[in-house]
Design a binder for this molecule. Structure first.
Ligand code: ARG
Ligand code: ZN
Ligand code: CA
Length: 258
């Protein structure tokens, strides 16, 4: 089995105004969330994950730290800040026109913080983007960390947890968007996450079979980090998801450990 590995993170804050220039403490609050969620040490695990699903829950054995050396080997906080123009298109341009070019994506997990289009919390690239300069995550400044500019229902840092799930190769529980039950792309390649037709939102009550492809006693694993429920309603990764993230660390993202 894998042992715990620590991923160096660089956060590029691309701000249009003082509010968007989130604090070091807010960034630290997000790293703390990641170090709980990816180790099955999140304090809401016991209350949010029903007993029926606890045996399927995994410690992904992934840890995160702010980078301590920049690409030139100089000491760094792992936080880069850059003022961008009011018409800056964050989603489209975060890795180019900003001047906040990625730090070598084969060595660092790059996270860009800025103003996403309305209704979009974050986005991430799957491991097939490994090494490309856009590889990493973009997260809206209102959804990162647990203090400062965040507010309920997206104030527990789970957007970054979810996006980093994608970064390590995890698909949504329902497979590709628009792939209903019975279609070929309705699959996340995890047998222990019951197939569903489409995302769950808000804070569903266990057990729920409204969106499951095959009804069962436990129903949907809507409290999985790779669904779309509120931050306070998601609290686990599964054992089969761990197989995927471990394979990613042994394969396309192995260079992060050098
Ligand atoms: N919509 C985003 C995505 O698919 C993230 C959703 C995160 N959900 C949350 N409760 N924070 O990548
Ligand atoms: Zn997603
Ligand atoms: Ca599944």
């Amino acid at each position: 089995p894998q042992t715990v590995v620590t991923i160096p993170v660089v956060v590029h804050v691309l701000y249009k105004n003082a509010t968007q220039n989130i604090s070091d403490a807010q960034i630290a609050s997000q790293i703390a969330v990641l170090n709980n969620d990816f180790r099955k040490m999140n304090s809401d695990f016991n209350t949010v994950v029903p007993n029926a699903f606890k045996p399927m829950a995994a410690d992904l054995e992934l840890a995160f730290c702010m980078a301590t050396k920049d690409p030139n080997g100089n000491p760094t906080t792992g936080i880069e800040r850059k003022s961008v123009p009011s018409n800056f298109d964050f989603e489209g341009d975060y890795y180019i026109a900003s001047g906040a070019l990625a730090w070598d994506p084969t060595k660092y997990l790059n996270i860009w913080i800025g103003q996403m289009p309305p209704g979009i919390l974050g986005q991430a690239y799957l491991p097939d983007a490994a090494g490309l300069e856009l590889d990493g995550l973009a997260i809206g400044y209102q959804y990162f960390g647990t203090i400062g500019t965040v507010s309920a229902p997206f104030n527990k840092g789970r957007t970054a947890t979810h996006e980093i799930g994608h970064y390590f190769g995890l698909e949504h529980i329902w497979g590709l968007d628009g792939s209903a039950c019975g279609t070929s792309d309705n699959d996340d390649f995890c047998a222990d996450t019951p197939a569903t037709d489409s995302p769950y939102y808000d804070s569903p009550t266990f057990p729920d079979n409204q969106l499951t492809c095959t009804p069962s006693a436990n129903g949907a694993m809507f409290m999985n980090f790779m669904d779309y429920v509120d931050d306070a309603a998601m609290a686990m990764f599964s054992n089969n998801q761990k197989t995927i993230t471990s394979n990613t660390m042994a394969g396309p993202r192995a260079s992060l450990l050098n």
